[in-house]
Ligand binder design. Structure first.
Ligand SMILES: *Cc1c(COP(=O)(O)O)cnc(C)c1O
Length: 410
């Protein structure tokens, strides 16, 4: 018999027992999967000095960050709050790269004062940075390579109309500002988008980095960003990491010869490390037959998993409670008072009220994009590690929801 396509256990712990012990809705992560994804990258890039900088924003639970730290890797943070969370997880300032997008300079200063390197993403930020720090603090520059890449418009961030980075066409200006303040540029960075399938895109990005890099004598690394695609359903293509690793490493090693020094190669995977590790378990509240569609209503919604509505993302879903049932087509919908279709026209084994459904690929941009919309509470999180289920975030309580409200006496 082939292995079941939809897990009912993680490391021998049954998903049903986790739902029973901790309640639903609940996010569950398989720590072993995260570690094996890190190892796959380390293997694929074995011929270069690789540094993984996990994109914290994908899933910022401190216990998850500790797994990344334990695997010997670092992090990329996009806000000062993420920087602080990474420090709480035990990362040294030197292991954190701070990649802000259009933030106030005060926030940049806060990061620099903590000892964290900043990835400069505009000419004006370079000016501010140069004026205050001159050549006293190392920095990185985020280059916009003008490459259209990524699964959809909202996650394509390296094209010519994107707000991110400094245009490669402005290299001249970049060099003028570096020269004016003698800024010590130790790294160049690109990140072109998410769900990038093709090794060629990473190579094209690499070529832009290599061409620019020749102008910067103090480099210690080049950062290729994240964006590796994972599979969302069986048969779905994912980035061939071995191929990307082999091709990019070969080009990189060749470049280093030309540059005259061995540099580090950095990547910033978010989704690739945590997407497939995560499962969102929900309970069905109702089954509603209408003339055209049978709806399954669950105790969750776009407040917990916004990717289907925001990105038209596909999350595979299965009925954990009735795996052998007769398959029927359903629309799985949330309890939010707004259209929040989590899964459309899916064949699920016959669903009844009280069943547990499981959404896959829920590790990345799941709870980290969740909200309290409709005054709903955020779910708990569980990490399965070393064969045991550990609670790593308590379910929110009603008190959490209102604790910052200041109630006027009127
Ligand atoms: C979001 C982000 C990433 C990670 O993207 P994934 O698609 O999750 O791999 C990496 N680097 C930066 C700067 C990002 O903003």
């Amino acid at each position: 018999m082939s292995a079941p396509q939809h897990p009912i256990h993680l490391q021998g712990v049954s998903l049903e027992s986790i739902a029973q012990e901790f309640g639903t809705p609940i996010y569950v992560y398989d720590g072993e999967k995260i570690v094996s994804q890190i190892k796959a990258l380390q293997t694929a890039f074995a011929t270069v000095p690789l540094k993984i900088k996990y994109a914290t924003k994908a899933l910022s639970n401190i216990s998850i960050l500790k797994l990344v730290k334990k695997a010997g890797e670092g992090v990329d943070a996009v806000s000062i709050e993420e920087v602080r969370i990474c420090m709480l997880a035990g990362f040294a300032a030197s292991e954190i790269m701070y990649t802000p997008s259009g933030v106030n300079f005060r926030e940049v200063q806060e990061a620099v004062e903590l000892g964290v390197m900043v990835n400069l993403d505009s000419i004006s930020l370079m000016e501010e940075f140069g004026e205050v720090y001159g050549n006293t603090k190392p920095a990185c520059i985020r280059i916009n390579p003008h490459i259209m890449a990524g699964g959809n418009a909202k996650i394509s961030v390296g094209h010519i109309q994107s707000k991110f980075g400094i245009s490669i066409q402005q290299l001249h200006e970049i060099l003028e500002v570096v020269e004016k303040y003698k800024i010590k540029i130790v790294g160049l960075h690109i990140h072109t988008g998410s769900d990038i399938l093709d090794a060629e895109i990473f190579l094209r990005g690499g070529n832009v980095l290599f061409e620019a890099a020749i102008n910067f004598p103090d480099l210690t690394f080049l950062d290729f960003g994240g964006g590796f695609k994972v599979a969302y359903k069986s048969g779905d293509p994912s980035t061939d990491i071995a191929e990307v690793g082999a091709k990019v490493s070969a080009a990189f090693n060749e470049f280093c010869e030309k540059y005259g020094r061995k540099l580090e190669l950095w990547i910033e995977p978010g989704k690739f490390l945590v997407s497939e590790s995560g499962y969102l378990i929900v309970e069905t509240n109702m089954v509603k037959k209408t003339p055209q569609i049978t709806f399954v209503g669950v105790d969750s919604g776009l407040n917990h998993l916004i990717r289907p509505m925001m990105y038209d993302a596909y999350h595979d879903v299965y009925n954990l409670s009735n795996p052998e049932g007769q398959p029927h087509p359903y629309n799985v919908v949330g309890y939010i008072c707004e259209t929040d279709t989590l899964a459309k026209d899916r064949m699920l084994s016959s669903v009844s009220k009280g069943n547990l459904l499981v959404f896959k690929n829920a590790g990345a941009y799941g709870i980290s994009m969740s909200s309290n919309y409709n005054s709903r509470l955020r779910p708990a999180e569980v990490l399965v590690w070393e064969g045991k289920a550990h609670l790593i975030r308590k379910r929110e309580q009603f008190e959490d929801l209102i604790k910052n409200q200041v109630v006027l006496d009127i």
